[in-house]
Design a protein. Structure first.
Length: 128
């Protein structure tokens, strides 16, 4: 496998970059599969936006997520987008998610958090 990319926006220093590379190298599909049961309980509208140029997570995982998450119905592929596409191609990401957010009913934040067993701040009330 070739060296993982570094991103000046998230790395900042050479040491942070090395730590980030170690993190990326440690990611495995089995980690995603390990939370499959929790994802299967995520009954909130979910949009999957995936970069087709990602060297670490193949596009097939986007469709696995769509098929696993009950609230997911759509996969939007961003051609040649890579791991950092939310940062590098923010305008395209925003164009993809804005209609989804506009169409999604407001959900109590606790509903989504409980499905994933995530702790939220006490003042969290809704999510889109």
């Amino acid at each position: 496998m070739s060296s993982p990319p570094t991103s000046p926006r998230c790395a900042g220093t050479a040491e942070n970059s090395r730590q980030f590379q170690r993190l990326v190298r440690s990611l495995h599909a089995r980690d995603l599969v390990a939370v499959e049961g929790r994802l299967a309980r995520l009954a909130v509208p979910t949009l999957i936006v995936w970069g087709t140029g990602d060297r670490f997570f193949e596009t097939k995982w986007a469709y696995w997520l769509r098929d696993t998450i009950p609230g997911a119905h759509t996969v939007i592929e961003l051609p040649d987008a890579r791991l950092f596409f939310p940062d590098e191609r923010a305008d395209e990401l925003a164009a993809a998610i804005t209609p989804h957010w506009a169409a999604a009913p407001r959900q109590p934040a606790r509903l989504a958090a409980n499905a994933l067993r995530v702790n939220l701040p006490a003042n969290a009330t809704t999510c889109r």
